[in-house]
Design a protein around this ligand. Sequence first.
Ligand SMILES: [Zn+2]
Length: 75
Amino acid sequence: MTQRCRICNRRLTNPVSQKYGYGPECIKQAVVERSAPLVALVEMDRILKSTRIRKVRMATQVQTDTMDLFSEETE
Ligand SMILES: [Zn+2]
């Protein structure tokens, strides 16, 4: 399993990054260059969204409400 991004060499912290070998930003470039499959972007988007919402819920309730509205708009 890859533990560092193949482009910027930063440590990979989520399972999707580790699966494909690219961080959340670099994976976009990797898909453009066809080094990673398009489905990697979908998986990355999904895991980032769920991680972000969970973190916000732990922080403050007000921000959670805002984030929930935002999530509905983008889906
Ligand atoms: Zn990277």
